[in-house]
Write a new protein. Structure first.
Lengths: 345, 345
DNA sequence: AACCTTCGTCGATACGCATCGACTAAGGCA
DNA sequence: TGCCTTAGTCGATGCGTATCGACGAAGGTT
């Protein structure tokens, strides 16, 4: 493997000049720069990451910490990861995977070894056991998710409370006076991931404010219990019933179930989908869609981390950023149509 | 951050002694070793990864290369990643994520920078464009997936051909003379990921050998087209029909569709599930299940990579390892039951 | 008794890069 | 003309670790 010394020799300059050409931290004459760049090209020189990290005290790597919990939806996790990796690369950094087999010791290890210049923590729980560890770390950390005590921490997430509000506001705007939230799976509802609670909190507040009667049942993959929830809502509804759900299976079944009961979505009843995956969307017509913008959340997480890494004093006050959901009204009858109208509240 | 020098001072030995205590590459007296270990513990010393990599020419990191293609099922990808990361950690290495935004240049970069000691490539296509690049790399590489020309490469995957065979053998053993494979999604069938073809090849060969009449249709998420395939199979079947599918949606719908037609799975018809996810399994009773053992594939990929990394001369002949599927016969009527009988062919 | 081996430790060096200080040449200003 | 600044480059040093050679001590062999 060629070193910067080899490049220097090939270009007829000193090693330090090669370094300054690459970093741009001192002025270099056009002529010299071109010679060095040509030598780099010709030798296909790549700076040795270890040496660079040792000398500069920066690894150019960020750590991505993922607890692989059973309640997590692995597919959506993967989407976050992809965006985080791409964004980091755009900022000339790589991503180290830190799974939580080691528990929070893994964090201490990768930071202690100086493998990472910063961390992004995913699947943050309400009372996350990693928080006390993080507070002692000497590198910036960004949480995706909002723990209960977020003081001094840098957190970002989709604004689930606002999403809950929006669902109810949409209902009210469409003339509904009652609706049901067929929510997340029971094990998720009971978990320490608090976004379920944030969503319901927002929804309930809006329901009270707008005079909408709102029920909530957890989702199951069992058709009969979904049908029971639907029927209860229909029976209890004063006017047209409205259905809110973030669950893939529920969203797939809902149109069929409503159809069997002689209700036409978009006319006799409303469906509001929360953060659906693309394949659900294809079949979900005549509905309102809340996009929770996972890609935007991921992108911002990386951007925040970088701004912290560049800051001189990382002892900031902490930061809480909530990405607002996007509301889309879908019309049409079949095929992978695109949204027709879109309103941003 | 404490360094090995600090540890040495605290223990009253030289820095090199600390190094030898950690590596065990030279004999150290019990007494000295305990003193050094106590100092390490007390200072919470962690060797600097950059310095270690620089001096030893090993980064203790493996690169995981994932093209984030739309046809990939992100959830199952994530399962591979989790197992790979855990296995690597058990072997005292970390995992660097290399997404394919940079294309195959990303491989050259991470290896050129000596960020990784080895690579695992996922989502390997029949005629993968990364292959020529890989052949020039100076680090060991393991492919998960089997390209058409695998000569000199180290490849591992589930044995899809054998899985296809097994499906048909299971049919024949259960007395079926005809069946249908409701396969993967069309965009996957048409993609360059060749496991679909390997599966069908194995199935067709076995069908011919055993005199089973076999059809194949791609899967869709559209219930009507699935029903059409089922009806065609029922109509064309001489005896009881058999249904094979790897698709989540199809497997969820199949029992219901059969039931509507008065057929009872396990009695009047057979369902063979190929590599289903846990949530599908919960509802899939009275069926035969082929576990493609993704965790075993991931684990072996890492193990093979390590054996290559430890080998002195990496210019081996290449290696092709296929993990046999596991066949399970499921009985029972409801709930997350465990398999009752299991046969390994 | 002379010699050889093994054990246990130390000092010195190299790994490849970033960075600081120093130096020269050239230009600006009085 | 003399002084000061800036551009452009080089040499030297340090980052923290692994590893090689050397060395004394202890034990074993003839």
């Amino acid at each position: 493997m060629p070193t910067s010394k080899d490049v220097a020799a090939a270009a007829g300059v000193s090693q330090s000049t090669v370094s300054y050409v690459m970093s741009g931290k001192r002025p270099i004459s056009e002529k010299t720069r071109l010679r060095v760049e040509a030598a780099i090209e010709q030798l296909t020189y790549r700076p040795n990451a270890g040496a660079r990290a040792l000398a500069s005290r920066k690894s150019q790597v960020i750590g991505l910490v993922l607890p692989i919990t059973p309640e997590a939806h692995l597919g959506s996790l993967m989407e976050f990861i992809a965006v985080i990796a791409a964004t980091a690369r755009r900022l000339d950094h790589d991503v180290l995977l830190v799974t939580d087999e080691e528990g929070s010791q893994g964090l201490e290890r990768v930071v202690g070894q100086q493998l990472c210049d910063g961390l992004i923590l995913m699947q943050v729980e309400a009372d996350d056991e990693r928080i006390p560890v993080v507070r002692k770390l000497r590198v910036p950390v960004v949480f995706i998710g909002i723990p209960n005590d977020s003081a001094g921490l840098n957190c970002i997430d989709a604004d689930f409370a606002r999403a809950g509000e929006l669902c109810v506001e949409e209902m009210a705007a469409a003339g509904h006076t009652s609706g049901v939230i067929i929510g997340w799976r029971p094990r998720l509802v009971g978990s320490r991931l608090n976004y379920v609670g944030r969503f319901l909190g927002g929804a309930n507040a809006a329901a009270e404010r707008l005079g909408v009667s709102l029920n909530h049942v957890p989702a199951t993959s069992d058709r009969r219990s979904i049908e029971a929830a639907v029927d209860a809502c229909i029976a209890g509804a004063e006017g047209k019933p409205a259905f809110v759900s973030p669950d893939v299976t529920v969203l797939e079944l809902l149109p069929r179930i409503l159809h069997e009961r002689g209700l036409e979505p978009g006319k006799d009843a409303s469906i509001i989908a929360v953060g659906p995956t693309p394949d659900v969307l294809i079949e979900l017509q005549e509905s309102t869609v809340l996009d929770l913008q996972p890609r935007e959340v991921s992108r911002r997480a990386v951007e925040i981390l970088f701004s912290l890494m560049q800051a001189d004093r990382p002892d900031k006050d902490g930061l809480l950023e909530l990405i607002p959901p996007r509301v889309t009204h879908r019309h049409g009858t079949a095929g992978p149509t695109v949204p027709v109208t879109q309103s941003i509240h």
